[in-house]
Write a protein that binds this ligand. Structure first.
Ligand code: NAP
Length: 309
């Protein structure tokens, strides 16, 4: 037995929740698969100061709880399951979760992206307490402090330059002495007097009891270890969009991000995408929420235009 829906939303960050609020208020009775770990990347942050409407800031998990409650208020049905498999090759679209098949006239993919992590001791424990993966979100908490950035790509250069607005000094820690970063981004970081390069240095541990106090790094050439004092560590070693389960019919770019056009449309009519699974540029809660709104309106219009087909 399958289960037929107007709209199925896969994913539950700001993009998915916003898509749910809009489609629920449009009376489309959306079904959302929020996943076993709902709420997206904001569940890993502490205070959010840049989401409009909260002048005193709001904790990331509290913001997501509010958004979830707002979805439910308008009748979104939420399943706390991961989608295992999809078939978008014909309509109605088919989705499987916990072995059960669901069918949908439209699908909104809002599965987000995960910041890659170093995988060293202390990193997860101190996340939100000096550990961060987003300089735009958390840089302002470290005014006149020492800030470290891990990575050697464009993201790391961009984050390092940006963080010099706040920090007294920014340590750019990279495991090699050559860079993936483009020359222009690297030159900009090199020219910035507040950025200090720590090269051939692999971070082995993030130190601190209840907040970051330093990192232990190993020299990749001599093998010697040393401790660098810092108040924060921003990991900027790339993101991985959650798109692998989509099965190959949706167009992805070379980094695995969904390609959208004219709002939230994918290459499959009736399948829409929003949030960080299709955005590697802005990656903000507010831009994700905005794109969730676009996906919902696109889905609603698509259903109107294709009713009965
Ligand atoms: P990236 O280019 O893949 O660079 C990742 C960096 O992290 C590399 O230096 C890599 O080191 C390092 N790294 C990866 N895993 C690591 C680990 N486990 N431990 C320590 N270091 C690790 O990723 P990105 O910088 O996020 O850039 C992604 C894409 O977005 C690129 O195409 C980039 O050009 C683009 N981007 C553009 C801009 C811009 O133009 N404004 C800004 C940001 C990003 P190795 O080199 O040793 O592997």
């Amino acid at each position: 037995m399958s289960d037929d829906r107007n709209v199925i939303i896969i994913g539950s960050g700001p993009a998915g929740y916003t898509a749910a609020i809009y489609t629920a208020r449009a009376n489309l009775k959306p079904l959302m698969f929020e996943g076993y770990q709902p709420g997206g990347q904001l569940m890993l942050t502490t205070e959010v100061e840049n989401f409009p409407g909260f002048r005193h800031g709001i904790q990331g998990p509290d913001l997501m709880a509010e958004m979830r409650a707002q979805c439910e208020r308008f009748g979104t049905e939420i399943f706390s399951q991961d989608v295992e498999r999809v078939d978008f090759s014909s309509r109605p679209f088919r989705i499987w979760a916990e072995g059960k098949e669901f069918r949908a006239a439209t699908v909104i993919v809002a599965t987000g992206a995960k910041a890659r992590l170093l995988g060293v001791p202390g990193e997860s424990r101190l996340m939100g307490h000096g550990m961060s993966t987003c300089a735009t979100c958390d840089g302002a908490f470290f005014r006149n402090k020492v800030i470290a950035v891990a990575g050697g790509g464009d993201s790391a250069m961009e984050e390092a330059n940006f963080l010099t607005r706040f920090g007294s000094k920014v340590l750019l820690i990279h495991r090699r002495e050559s860079f993936r970063a483009s020359k222009i981004m690297l030159d900009r970081a090199r020219a910035n007097p507040k950025v200090e390069f720590v090269l051939n240095a692999a971070i082995e541990e993030v130190l601190g009891d209840d907040k970051v106090t330093g990192v232990r790094v190993k020299d990749t050439i001599t093998g010697a270890t040393r401790i660098l004092a810092t108040d924060a560590l921003f990991v900027a070693i790339g993101h991985t969009p959650t798109t692998a389960f989509l099965g190959g019919v949706l167009t992805l770019d070379e980094n695995g991000y969904l390609v959208t056009h004219h709002g939230a449309k994918t290459n499959i009519p009736g399948v829409f995408a929003c949030g960080d699974c299709q955005d590697h540029v802005y990656r903000q809660a507010i831009t994700a929420a905005a794109s969730g709104c676009m996906a919902a309106i696109d889905a609603e219009r698509w259903l109107e235009a294709n009713a009965g087909h």
